[in-house]
Design a protein around this ligand. Structure first.
Ligand code: SAM
Length: 207
């Protein structure tokens, strides 16, 4: 079910209008995640909110199989154009996870969770954790309260603002990360500067 906070129209029209809006290079977080997954011998990962795939290629180049989930059909077509058709990308909302019964050794979820409302964020973390194999790792990146647009726009609920029409963001700090991920094997929080200040959140599934 797609509700108001995750309407595909916003992302669909953004990708139609702005195309490869973040370029084709991977984010800094994706490079760190790639190094981490290689160190841990992770061989397959799921990327919810894969966009047009700029963060997927670096894993593929390092022999890590990637499966994606993406709400925008246009972004999926762009990913296929740039990176080939062999990568499985499920078309739909992460709120409808799981899309397959597979257990992944790793999950990399970049700049998606903060776009969701409270119950969707909770469900995303639970669904990702459920799709991890024993001793698997999940890495999320999420926007920080240090971002310049924190407290800008319309207040929706605590730490969640409508930054511009169609985009609501929940801004994290270490306390909200601990409370959301603490039960899901959280073991490291790193501050990282992308186009905005982000947190990189690492969790490990223990049997
Ligand atoms: C901020 S972008 C990050 C994209 C990508 N990770 C990157 O940096 O190249 C968020 C992505 O998640 C997708 N998205 C947003 N809401 C979604 C949802 N509910 N389910 C699946 N994908 C979603 C958007 O279409 C977009 O591709």
């Amino acid at each position: 079910m797609v509700n108001e906070s995750e309407k595909p129209e916003f992302w669909e029209s953004s990708f139609i209008e702005k195309q490869e809006m973040w370029g084709l290079e991977p984010s800094r977080s994706a490079i760190l995640a790639k190094d981490f997954f290689i160190e841990k011998s992770v061989k397959n990962i799921l990327i919810p909110g894969i966009g047009y795939g700029r963060n997927a290629q670096i894993f593929k180049e390092n022999a890590i199989t990637v499966t994606g989930i993406e709400i925008s059909k246009t972004a999926i077509e762009m990913a296929r154009k740039h990176y080939g058709r062999e990568m499985m990308i499920h078309h739909g909302s992460v709120t409808d996870m799981p899309f397959d019964n597979y257990l992944y050794e790793g999950i990399f979820c970049y700049a998606l969770i903060h776009l969701l409302d409270a119950s969707e964020r909770k469900k995303l973390i639970e669904d990702c954790y459920r799709q991890l194999s024993d001793h698997g790792y999940m890495i999320f990146t999420a926007i920080s309260k240090e971002a310049p647009n924190y407290e800008k726009g319309k207040l929706i609920s605590k730490d969640r603002y409508e930054i511009f029409e169609g985009v609501k963001m929940f801004f994290y700090d270490r306390i909200s990360i601990q409370s959301a991920f603490g039960k899901f094997g959280l073991f490291e929080i790193i501050e990282i500067k992308e186009n905005q200040p982000f947190f990189l959140i690492k969790c490990k599934k223990e049997k």
